[in-house]
Write a protein that binds this ligand. Structure first.
Ligand SMILES: Cc1cc2nc3c(=O)[nH]c(=O)nc-3n(C[C@H](O)[C@H](O)[C@H](O)COP(=O)(O)OP(=O)(O)OC[C@H]3O[C@@H](n4cnc5c(N)ncnc54)[C@H](O)[C@@H]3O)c2cc1C
Length: 252
């Protein structure tokens, strides 16, 4: 079973601050990480491999992503591929580059993506990628059962659960609820140094690819805290809190 996990390197938005005067996000010094749900996709790939055997390739379109890809190799990926993007890119460019990289990798049975990235959260890349590769897709999987000839996924729609089945090759996007990504041991972290990471340029995959959409401005939305402190006795404070939350429309 050849599995490709598409993983995005993102800034850790929990560490990001917004400049109150310009409303621009302050990105300097903010650490990078693998988008959270892509680690769930990686964990899914590992459990599929544990059951069926095979190879896991971690694929990213990003610059300076070696350290992040090493995290996925430590978790259990066998190989990493980094595609260095052009200066300007959008959803079209990213999904086209991922598709070309996947075609270059060659044989594959399952492509795994997160349902959405934690920074841009468009949820476009998985479905676009399946469309470009012309393969079936199952989105928002919260369970994946891969067998020899077919894969069965379940998604929870709140009041109902939908079970979907597909043959291979297939693209699956997973939700955060699907599993708890494992933390690699020290031995696995050290072992990751011996695994291969290949770097490809965007141009070697598609010549002169250009984005359709350009980001004009990026503004943060500063969140104002109300700073209400309830100092009365505990029962009275709870009543006041419930009343305030109801007034704000948080509780009904
Ligand atoms: C410097 C910079 C400039 C940008 N400029 C523009 C612009 O001008 N116009 C514009 O429209 N957008 C721009 N973007 C945003 C960029 O197009 C999106 O981040 C990208 O297309 C992915 O979209 P998303 O994060 O919403 O992914 P989603 O669709 O929410 O991600 C779903 C899943 O797809 C996979 N995935 C997503 N991105 C990658 C990746 N890079 N590598 C591997 N797997 C991935 C992951 O599995 C992820 O969980 C820019 C981003 C950067 C960093």
């Amino acid at each position: 079973m050849n599995i490709i996990v598409c993983a995005k390197q993102v800034i850790d938005i929990s560490e990001m601050k917004v400049d109150p005067s310009t409303k621009k996000p302050i990105l300097q010094g903010v650490p990078f990480k693998i988008s959270d749900i892509d680690k769930n996709a990686m964990e899914t790939a590992i459990t599929i491999k544990e059951k069926n055997g095979g190879k896991i390739t971690a694929l990213t379109v990003s610059s300076d992503a070696k350290e992040r890809i090493k995290e996925l190799l430590a978790m259990g990926a066998d190989e990493g591929i980094i595609v260095n993007p052009p200066d300007k890119y959008d959803y079209h460019v990213v999904s086209m580059l991922l598709a070309e990289a996947i075609k270059k990798i060659g044989e594959y049975d399952i492509v795994l993506c997160g349902e959405a990235s934690i920074d841009m959260f468009s949820g476009q890349i998985g479905p676009r990628l399946a469309g470009i590769l012309n393969i079936p897709q199952i989105a928002y999987a919260q369970s994946v059962n891969a067998e020899k000839d077919k894969v069965t996924c379940e998604k929870n729609m709140g009041d109902k659960a939908i079970t979907t089945e597909s043959t291979y090759p297939v693209l699956i996007t997973v939700t955060k609820e699907i599993n708890e990504p494992r933390l690699p041991s020290l031995m696995q972290i050290l072992g990751a140094a011996n695994k291969a990471i290949n770097e490809w340029t965007a141009d070697s995959l598609i010549k002169d690819i250009k984005p359709f959409v350009e980001t004009i401005e990026l503004k943060g939305v500063p969140m104002e805290r109300k700073n209400i402190v309830y100092k009365d006795d505990i029962d009275e404070s709870i009543n006041q809190l419930v009343e305030s939350l109801t007034k704000e429309g948080v509780l009904r």
